[in-house]
Write a protein that binds this ligand. Structure first.
Ligand SMILES: NC(=O)c1ccc[n+]([C@@H]2O[C@H](COP(=O)([O-])OP(=O)(O)OC[C@H]3O[C@@H](n4cnc5c(N)ncnc54)[C@H](OP(=O)(O)O)[C@@H]3O)[C@@H](O)[C@H]2O)c1
Length: 245
């Protein structure tokens, strides 16, 4: 039977590939983002997908619209099985820059946007007694680093929010999966220097969907980033503050 899926942040990168993979599998998907024409292109790229697609244009900063658009998505699909929150931004921040406007925008998209969409999904799934919530976070949330303090903060807070929801919802039969990608080849990483272990957004999407299907709760993408996360989390602060990572 086909599944009913919402993907927030489906116009490019990881979210786009997740939406396309589900459409190709015959699942019905609501694709959400700001750029309508990019969402349309992503659907065309699927070439006769067996699943049905719907587009909703939305800026996740408009958090007051999320609950209403969530209900509209459920109505379009005739129910809901899984929601993926993949919208995210990483503003370019110089090493001596403290730009509150850029910083708050990252919190609004990466964290407030996620909460505004995942809260109504949690309520809906709680009543339904099943469902899957997938939040695309980052290995960047594992530690506060010199390069982009508020990007790190947005992802660390997202991790804590998702963990708390998991503790609330797993007893009701609902899966909450935290996804921590390493470096993925998307618009977000274009032009960045020193990337390694780079994988395509499509490979990342397949790993994320497979983890969702098998009921995993916390993954690094690809899995070898787990070791990097483990080392980063365990370096003592007196050493870590001298490093440029
Ligand atoms: N690429 C990496 O190496 C990497 C590593 C770790 C974590 N991540 C995380 O993975 C997620 C997806 O990023 P990506 O790499 O796939 O980047 P991407 O290709 O730039 O995709 C970002 C997506 O977020 C959407 N988005 C951005 N601002 C939005 C807004 N205000 N309202 C609604 N949607 C918005 C974009 O859609 P519109 O612009 O059309 O609105 C787009 O669909 C992000 O949370 C990112 O932090 C990426």
């Amino acid at each position: 039977m086909s599944k009913k899926i919402i993907v927030v942040g489906a116009s490019s990168g990881i979210g786009a590939e997740i939406a396309k993979e589900h459409l190709k599998k015959g699942n019905n998907v609501v694709l959400i983002a700001r750029r309508k024409e990019e969402l349309e292109k992503r659907i065309q790229e699927c070439e006769n997908p067996s699943g049905k697609s719907h587009i909703l244009v939305h800026d996740v900063i408009e958090t007051h619209q999320a609950a209403m658009l969530f209900s509209k998505s459920v109505e379009l699909l005739g129910g809901l099985d899984e929601i993926y929150f993949a919208s995210g931004i990483m503003e370019k921040i110089e090493i001596n820059e403290f730009d509150t406007i850029k910083d708050l925008k990252m919190i609004q998209v990466n964290l407030c946007g996620a909460i505004a969409w995942i809260n109504p999904a949690s309520e809906f799934f709680s009543k339904q007694g099943n469902g899957k919530i997938i939040g695309i976070s980052s290995i960047a949330g594992d530690r506060g680093r010199v390069g982009n303090p508020v990007y790190n903060t947005s992802k660390a807070a997202l991790n804590t929010y998702l963990e708390a929801l998991r503790n609330r919802l797993s007893r009701k039969g609902i899966l909450v999966l935290t996804v921590k990608p390493g470096f993925i080849d998307t618009a977000m990483t274009q032009g960045l220097k020193g990337l390694f272990w780079l994988i395509s957004a499509n490979t990342a999407a397949k790993i994320i969907i497979s983890a969702t299907d098998s009921g995993k709760e916390d993954i690094y993408v690809p899995a070898r980033w787990w070791l990097v996360g483990f080392v980063i989390r365990n370096i003592p602060s007196f050493i870590f503050k001298k490093l440029n990572v």
